[in-house]
Design a protein around this ligand. Structure first.
Ligand code: NAD
Length: 443
């Protein structure tokens, strides 16, 4: 649905009022358009650490213009700072020295990325310094303004060669609604990442998307197909006509079933094996809400939410892994929610199910083999039929209470899923990345 406040704020009268009254300023976010360069503008690279050679090499490979000598009067689209060399709190001033003078030279929708070492692997002063990066980056996300974002990427030692897809995603408009996130790369032993063409990284891959007929699932299907995947969409029989229409448009395939049915995991596994020889990317997107305060929540509502959102993804994943339907370097992606992190009034069942999705990521990440990864997105306020149905007050609050002062779009969730799905993201596992514009709720 349209955001009327955003429409008004982009008129000349609206701009004047926003500025003089200090109102939220929901800048129109740049989003990736197929065929465009990954980054439209210059990226400044700074810092001295383990990735000092890697980051420039990644940018060159992705065709991104870069400099390590910013000039007065120039405008910059992105800043990347390698902070892995900061070994004690005193050295953190390097963050100020790099970012401070550049903050007024940023294009709109700028992308700021800090790279660090996972503190849990360090000791003493170095651990303190690396942990401190989180507060810096999250504040940067709140200060950058004009549609800009900031993220921290903790890269484990040995994973320096496996950060390309992550740096590319975070510098590009694909991460329009992702901000203030702490992302871990290389949490477990890894093989060298595949390096496909970033424009079509999923060519030759098969992707299963549940709840594909509409909303976020439809966009996930479109983006994965844009990136080259053959998409197999799953949805309930009642949604068959939308699902079949989408499958035709995307030159993909479909399966109509209720994912909570007893035989659903077997049917999905059989279909993927018989028609596609297996699957590379599994996206558990189908989800429902049956909101009621706990005092009014009947067992049936509780059960249906838990069954669709948590039990079904768990059963389907188990079956696909047990039958080895998921190929090596496969991807399992859950769709959690900000409610699963912060909790929400009237959503005990939903929040339980979505926190459980995060639990699935935690439970699987150390047990998966053959370079199969598991991650989840946790969307915040996304403009869909679900949020359009909210009463005006909570809807406006949900939209504005984030660093970008607006709701996200289904495509923002889809692009994040596509980054997880990228064959080059082998080292990206165990993450729960919020697609929430740095919402004020939750950790
Ligand atoms: P939606 O209701 O528009 O679409 C969900 C799809 O899943 C529908 O096509 C539906 O038919 C399908 N589905 C539901 N139950 C199913 C079942 N038993 N078997 C097969 N398919 C089934 O929802 P959406 O807003 O696009 O949300 C998609 C996912 O994102 C959900 O997991 C939701 O919880 C999550 N999410 C959404 C938001 C938001 O703001 N919209 C925020 C956080 C998380």
């Amino acid at each position: 649905m349209t955001d009327r406040y955003q429409d008004f704020a982009s008129t000349s009268l609206g701009r004047m009022l926003v500025k003089s009254l200090g109102l939220p300023d929901p800048v129109r976010l740049d989003r990736y358009v197929a065929g465009s360069p990954l980054v439209d503008g210059i990226v400044v690279v700074g810092g001295t650490g383990r990735l000092a050679d890697q980051v420039p090499a990644i940018l060159d490979r992705l065709g991104v213009t870069r400099t390590d000598a910013p000039e007065e009067g120039a405008r910059y689209r992105g800043l990347v700072f390698d902070a892995t060399g900061l070994r004690d709190p005193g050295s953190l001033v390097a963050l100020r020295d790099f970012f401070g003078p550049l903050m007024r030279s940023l294009d709109r929708c700028a992308r700021l990325v800090v790279v660090g070492t996972p503190p849990e692997r360090l000791q003493g002063a170095e651990r303190v310094a690396q942990r401190a990066l989180e507060g810096f980056t999250r504040s940067l996300g709140k200060e950058v303004g004009r549609g800009g974002t900031a993220q921290l990427v903790y890269v484990a030692e040995g994973a320096e060669g496996a950060v390309g897809s992550t740096v590319g995603f975070l510098l590009s408009p694909k991460s329009a609604y992702v901000s203030g996130q702490v992302i871990r790369v290389g949490a477990r032993v890894l093989q060298p990442a595949e390096e496909p063409d970033w424009r079509r990284p999923l060519v030759g891959k098969v992707a299963l998307v549940t709840g594909a007929a509409r909303g976020i699932g439809e966009q996930i299907s479109r983006v994965l197909a844009r990136d080259g995947a053959t998409v197999v969409g799953v949805d309930v029989p009642q949604a068959a006509s939308d699902l079949i229409g989408l499958a035709r448009q995307l030159d993909g395939d479909y399966l109509t079933l209720d994912i909570t049915a007893k035989d659903a995991p077997k049917r999905i596994a059989q279909h993927l094996t018989a028609s596609h020889g297996g699957v590379d990317v599994v996206v558990h997107n189908a989800g429902i809400t049956r909101d009621r305060r706990l005092a009014n929540l009947d067992p049936e509502r509780w059960r249906s939410v838990l069954d669709v959102n948590l039990v079904a993804p768990e059963r389907i994943t188990d079956e696909l892994l047990a039958q080895q339907v998921v190929h090596a370097n496969g991807r399992i992606v859950g769709v959690a929610s900000i409610a699963g992190i912060a909790g929400n009034l009237g959503q005990t069942s939903y929040a339980t199910s979505k926190a459980g999705v995060i639990g699935l990521v935690d439970a699987l990440r150390d047990t998966l083999d053959r370079d199969i990864t598991v991650n989840a997105v946790a969307p915040g306020f996304i403009e869909t039929a679900m949020t359009a149905a909210m009463p005006f007050g909570p809807r406006e609050v949900g939209r504005r209470l984030n660093s970008l002062s607006q709701g996200g779009l289904p495509v923002d969730v889809a692009e994040t899923v596509a980054w997880f799905a990228d064959p080059a993201s082998t080292a990206v596992t165990g993450n729960v990345v919020r697609v929430c514009g740095q919402m004020l709720l939750g950790a």
